[in-house]
Design a protein around this ligand. Sequence first.
Ligand code: ADQ
Length: 501
Amino acid sequence: MSSRGQRLIVVSNRLPVTLSRDGDGPWKIRHGAGGLVTALLPVLRDRGGTWIGWTGTSGDDGDLEVALAQATRDAGYALKPVALTAEEINNFYLGFSNEIVWPLFHDMHTLCNFRPEYWRTYLDVSRKYAEVVAANSDSVDFVWIHDYHLMHVASELRRLGSRARLGFFLHIPFPSLDIFVKLPWRFQLLRALLEYDLIGFQTLRDRRNFLQCVRTLVKEARVRGSGQVLAIDVNGHEVRVGSFPISIDFKTFVKNAMQPEVAAKVAEMKSLLPDRQLLLGVDRLDYTKGIPDRLESFRNALLRYPELHERITLIQVVVPSREDIPQYHALKTRIERLVGEINGQFTNPGGWVPIHYVFRSLARVDLLAYYHSAQIALVTPLKDGMNLVAKEFCTCSIEEDCVLILSEFAGAAAQLQRGALLVNPYDTEGVADAIHRAFTMPTTERRARMRRLRRAIGKQDIFWWVDSFLRAAIAKDLSDFPLPEDYVPRDEQLRDEVIPL
Ligand code: ADQ
């Protein structure tokens, strides 16, 4: 056992940096600026630690390891790469992770491609990650592993003899038993998850689904407790399971949304699109985000509420993603056809164009300007672990005179249902009615709702999230983690038609 303190070892599919080089020239390393990185870096610096992940490149490259070491020389933490071959990227990342787990866990099992070689490579790559973790940690460290790509890593680490404490956070939903059992490797995967010491889910609903799978498929498992963090005893091992809704760096978003560059862009947008309300959608290109259904809902609103014509514009931003997977390419074509159809149906030549479609990754300042300019956000995923866009939009709505329309199937609905207009994204007429309601909502109601939303987001920000996960890992007494104050037991929720938390 080492005499130094407990370090934090973070493991994610990708390292929190982007790497590029011209030909054989030196590597250029750009540090990421996402919420997870912002929240974890202070902890890593404070305790000392390491972030382990794939570099996003294929093959083994000694130069890269040296470049990463140089880039973090004075950072107080290290970056350690996991090298993947082209075949591993195909079978592990594109295959098992994104053609099996991603659709299955988002309730879209008909899109799954259950190829046995994907599973075999998933195990091989899990071992690779585990080897890098084992080489860079010891028994006093806390290893925090992230997301669905790495569910099997704890099992491989135990096989390698690691005795470090292992935490896991699932960023995407966990499906119900009926869906989960379709996975050909359901027993192996569930038992592998039970090798962790702490498992965090986004919502109580995800945790409930997981517990139902454990109770049904792992006969010797026993569940204890009743609060936000429960314990499962299985073959003498205690696994803690809790819900920890992820969030954003609220204060930094507020500060950045008020920067002069953002204000200038907001003013420009308002002068280019005057006398109307802006309705905003921002999504990664993904079939879980419900973009075609949303466009149909907007069309329905324009058909049924002609008073919206010329007075509302939908700005739909789509960020390119996973285009190597055929379904994503087909989705892009479908979205573009729909945008063309709806604009063709309603555009007033020389004047109003109902949908402005943006397909690219935006600079931060542009994204903030869109958030700050829009009066209504349309966040309607068919299923989403959390959805940070909903939280980012509310946070940037500094004047609070805005409305969030939110899918009841986004994890964020559990926290935001009392301020947002909740919708079923499959119900195009219902979403159209919500658009009209948001458009006509009196300012006093908009402000009251948005104030409530922003207060909730500010209270449980990304730093709260990191802190509560790490506290749950070390807490002596799980009764320190009560259920949220507004929690309503499930039977009562269903009776009152309130969406389960
Ligand atoms: P995602 O599916 O990627 O995340 P989301 O939570 O909405 O979905 O996060 C998207 C992020 O991308 C946001 O932070 C946003 O700022 C950023 N982004 C959006 N548009 C952008 C643009 N045009 N240019 C640059 N950046 C842009 C997964 C799960 C979610 C879960 C998160 C975090 O699917 O359910 O909320 O992880 O746990």
